[in-house]
Design a protein around this ligand. Structure first.
Ligand code: CA
Length: 138
């Protein structure tokens, strides 16, 4: 069951060179514990062209972690990708993946896929920061 209030979600992503993009979705909600299924609703701002494998492709999936494997892969995506995320099989957006300091390099995990990445935008280069913000519609 989705939350009672629907919200707007904004995702900000910053690359190693400080370039940044954001995406906005309307009618975002999460289902309840334990799976926290992601419901992104409709996308109203898309700054990453050809967003295949972006955040939108996590829509409808459960939040999967190494100790709560509810992704659709036969593998344990949380363990392989070093994060918890709305993995499907597994994902090319890994915003809880390995953080490298300084950012920009490629993670050694799963040929780079285990890093803090947004593949649709910067491929395997690890990112500097990301934020997910949401607010209720009033
Ligand atoms: Ca799995």
């Amino acid at each position: 069951m989705a939350s009672k209030y629907e919200s707007e979600l904004r995702l900000n992503v910053v690359a190693a060179d400080n370039s940044h993009v954001y995406e906005v979705f309307q009618n975002f909600s999460l289902s309840k514990y334990p799976n926290f299924t992601l419901h992104l609703g409709s996308q109203t701002v898309e700054q990453i062209s050809g967003n295949t494998y972006g955040f939108l492709y996590c829509n409808g999936y459960d939040f999967s972690t190494f100790d709560h494997d509810v992704d659709t892969s036969g593998s344990n995506c949380g363990q392989l990708y070093h994060g918890g995320w709305w993995y499907w099989s597994c994902a090319q957006t890994n915003l809880n993946g390995e953080y490298l300091s300084p950012p920009g390099a490629i993670s050694t995990h799963i040929d780079g896929m285990g890093g803090f990445i947004y593949y649709a935008w910067k491929r395997l280069a690890t990112l500097k920061s990301s934020q997910i913000m949401f607010r209720k519609h009033t």
